[in-house]
Design a protein around this ligand. Structure first.
Ligand code: ATP
Ligand code: MG
Length: 238
């Protein structure tokens, strides 16, 4: 049996104020294992779109189907559980837990998903070892740093912690919102290498938002958000 597409949006409308749509997408489909790069000017709804795909936001109209599951058919806790199991989300603001260490932040998805816990253990023999492997690939290999509270890290280091947390346990869909915005050239190259290697091994799809168009060639397809999102045009026409 063929795998379902990673993402299908159909007739999706969302406005932070319902009368002012920010996202209006008639149809958007991302294939199984497809890697898609999304670009667009600031404030045009990229993070809002990712929130809808990740089930963090619920559309006012339309359906969001991820890996064959209609998120609208799930309860709030059901969506949270689905995201923990299947989606690695690198938030634009990182959303790390300030009271946890670096390693415990990376390990967090494995506390909420037995599937990701099993895959992490299969990778390195244990969740902390797998977290340390991912962080090491991103240049965070000082053992003293791994036990530190995450708030004691620089912004660029915190962004790499957020990336490792998204990738641990090989989720089937990785959503990355400006994941390289605070990284230097070396850290950016390491991150792209790791992202592509982990997602290729796991057969994961990637939805990647960035202003850095030099990264676009790493992806199967580039979408300019304005080409699929009618919200701004609708607002101008209204
Ligand atoms: N939490 C929020 N509450 C109210 N309005 C919001 C909120 N988040 C975003 N918006 C509004 O939604 C619109 C789209 O914002 P969004 O964050 O999706 O843009 P973006 O394309 O990700 O921008 P950037 O490139 O700066 O990250 C903006 O007009 C913004 O003011
Ligand atoms: Mg954004």
């Amino acid at each position: 049996m063929s795998e379902p597409p990673a993402v299908v949006l159909s007739g999706v409308r969302y406005g932070w104020q319902p009368a002012l749509p920010v996202v209006a997408i008639d149809e958007l489909r991302i294939g199984h294992s497809e890697r898609v790069f999304i670009s667009g000017p600031s404030g045009t709804g990229k993070s809002t779109l990712l929130g809808l795909v990740g089930g963090v936001l619920v559309p006012q109209a339309g359906t969001v189907t991820i890996l064959g599951t209609d998120l609208g058919a799930l309860s709030t806790s059901g969506r949270d559980a689905f995201r923990a199991e299947h989606v690695g989300f690198i938030f634009q603001m990182f959303n790390l837990l300030p009271y946890l260490s670096v390693i415990d932040n990376v390990a967090l998805p494995c506390r909420f998903s037995a599937v990701r816990w099993r895959r992490a253990v299969a990778g390195s023999g244990g969740v902390p070892a797998e977290a340390a492997r991912l962080l090491g690939r991103l240049g965070l290999d000082d053992p003293g740093l791994l036990r530190r509270p995450v708030t004691q890290l620089s912004i660029g280091q915190q962004q790499r912690v957020a990336a490792a947390r998204a990738l641990i346990g090989r989720p089937r869909l990785v959503i990355a919102d400006e994941p390289t915005s605070s990284l230097d050239a070396n850290a950016r190259a390491s991150f792209i290498d790791l992202l592509l290697a982990e997602c290729r091994d796991a057969g994961s799809a990637v939805l990647f938002v960035s202003h850095d168009l030099s990264l676009a060639p790493h992806f199967d397809r580039r979408i300019a958000l304005a080409d699929v999102n009618r919200a701004q045009a609708d607002r101008r026409a209204a």
